[in-house]
Design a protein around this ligand. Sequence first.
Ligand code: DX5
Ligand code: ZN
Length: 219
Amino acid sequence: MNNAIKIAPSVLSADFAAMGAEVERLEQCGADLIHCDVMDGTFVPKITFGCDMIAAIRRHTMLPLDVHLMVVNPQNQVRLFAEAGANSITVHREACGEDLKNVLRLIKNCGAHCGVVVNPDTSLREVYDCLELCDTLLIMSVYPGLGGQRFIDRVLPKVEEARRIFDGQGIEKDIEIDGGINEENVRRIKDAGANVIVTGNTVFKSDDMKRTIYNLRTL
Ligand code: DX5
Ligand code: ZN
């Protein structure tokens, strides 16, 4: 199945002091989604921002806001982020325990698309039973918590397996991949079956953001 390729720049690499302008620049340069990395200092060491930042970003763009929750107890945050304007909310398998399906249902009930995230060492087996509920499967290609890390190649078979599962069921779901993606490796990642490409450093460190986003989409 040929899901459309979407480029989702992560504002983790943006200038936080100029977030509105940064988001407007991403939109002008052809981004499809804005990926917002929410870190709580517990699930991962650093703290980034909360739902008020999402509300602030919302005022600067019409693009869908893709909120990646790297937080413990995400169920306590979901409604706040949905009300702030998140269009999709993804939660980590590793943060949800037995509650995962309920958290996914809660996201849906709040009116957002829902997704589950798996860390590099988490196998797809651990989310088989909730794939049907999800709109998106987000596969981490770095350990969460930091931008600018190196892509972990051994996650590619997981992307292929996920695409086989979705194609086998004849359902069009997004497979999103996050971390270490650049113009050199993006082709392999798409070939494996990912269609939503998150990228922080590659887009923000570029001298020509528009060209880089175009390349990531078309290479
Ligand atoms: C890492 C974040 C990623 C990260 C991607 O925890 O989820 O979204 O910002 O950034 P790059 O593309 O720089 O690896
Ligand atoms: Zn992310």
